[in-house]
Design a binder for this molecule. Sequence first.
Ligand code: DP6
Length: 384
Amino acid sequence: MSDIVTVIAPVNIAVIKYWGKRDEELILPLNDSVSATLDTSVMCAKTSVCARSSFAEDEIWLNKEKVSFSKRLQNCLREIKARAAAEKTVDEAFLERKIHVCSENNFPTAAGLASSAAGYACFVSALAKLYKVKSDVSSIARLGSGSACRSVYGGFVRWHAGTNPDGSDSVATQIADSKHWPEMRALILVVGDAKKTTSSTGGMSISVKTSELMKHRVQYCVPQRTEAIIDAIRKKDFPKFAEITMKDSNQFHAICQDSYPPFVYMNDTSHYIVSLIHKYNEISGEVKVAYTFDAGSNACLYLLEKEVPKIISLIKYAFPSSNPDSFLTGLASEEEVLSPEILNICEPQTKDLIKYAIYTKVGEGPSEVSDGSHLLDDNGMPKA
Ligand code: DP6
């Protein structure tokens, strides 16, 4: 039996955004956040780990390149080992072994698609398997990247800000599992020029220091919205869910503008998508689609399955592509002939403003891969 452990882990897209830390070292947030975990069959990180006495040092390869074993990775490893030691799951000699890690994303890292969340959740979940840690590891994934703690669970997830200075209560919990709202879908629109100028870590640090609006958001808006969106998720109330999602995304980007110096993540295409969705909801007479944007120009649309054919047709009409056959990836979908009323809400834009779209759904948390498709070979080195 191989001593290599391989795990896949999902991406998550927040509907109540995490923005701002109360402790930068421990990655403790100022506010609770809520997200949906997306299906690993469409987008995932995959990580193989193994620990051997023959390894001279901890080494990691990311998307086929050797990278440094960063402070954040070291923190995660240290905490998993401490947990294993406390839970006495492996012996002292095993804990002293060095590890090799090989990780890949099956989607472009540069596109700014929550790759760090999936990556750290995968790394920590693989380590938890390697060291036989059974307890909740969301607080350890959090040490890699805050949003990673939410990728430790499937379905709809809440990251509790917590109040303890040591971060022990800053953990993720599941609101509802992936089967709770089976009609929920996500359509990710990958907008060009996705190279971000301000990292999320850097941006939120400026916001904490300078934005007045942020104080209002943390104190008044997020607590109310968090309760309301959890209620909407439990009741499967899509219009409510969608309205809160859009308002929270808008407020997060307003905070970026309210920061000093200000920074922007959304571009003209992002704003065009916002107005298109509002027009679509207006002619539908009900909120049928929600948009949300993270620290980049890409949009994530949340919508119910029955709305998908129309929205995909609308997006293809409004954002023509040079490669229409490869424009849409992910789950299988259909298209629908659009009514003149829908065609009326937009003009086709110049080609390739949206590079491609990924159609996916809510999915489960990290899982161990049992088909032997490890990223490390028998010598514990990355496979060619
Ligand atoms: C806009 O988790 O990437 O995507 O904790 O500094 O690593 P660090 O930040 P990160 O921030 C994500 C911010 C966001 C909102 C969200 O996912 O909640």
